[in-house]
Design a binder for this molecule. Structure first.
Ligand SMILES: [Zn+2]
Length: 68
């Protein structure tokens, strides 16, 4: 399902993927809408290819107490 906010009535519509990229009418207010295509959706983040970096073994110099 595609979550789409009607620009006319600001209601959230749940549109089936088969209607992606098509024009139609809001079932709530009857306003003309253009259903966004699936390719317009932001791609899911691939977390496996970008693992979080390991913390440094030594704290940075600004974390250390000043030498006396
Ligand atoms: Zn509407």
């Amino acid at each position: 399902m595609i979550d789409y906010v009607c620009p006319h009535c600001k209601r959230e519509l749940h549109i089936k993927e088969k209607h992606a990229g098509k024009r139609g009418y809001c079932k709530r207010c009857g306003g003309f809408i253009v259903v966004p295509a699936l390719s317009d959706q932001p791609p899911a983040l691939d977390t496996e290819s970008a693992p979080a970096p390991d913390p440094p073994l030594n704290p940075p110099s600004w974390l250390r107490p000043p030498e006396s």
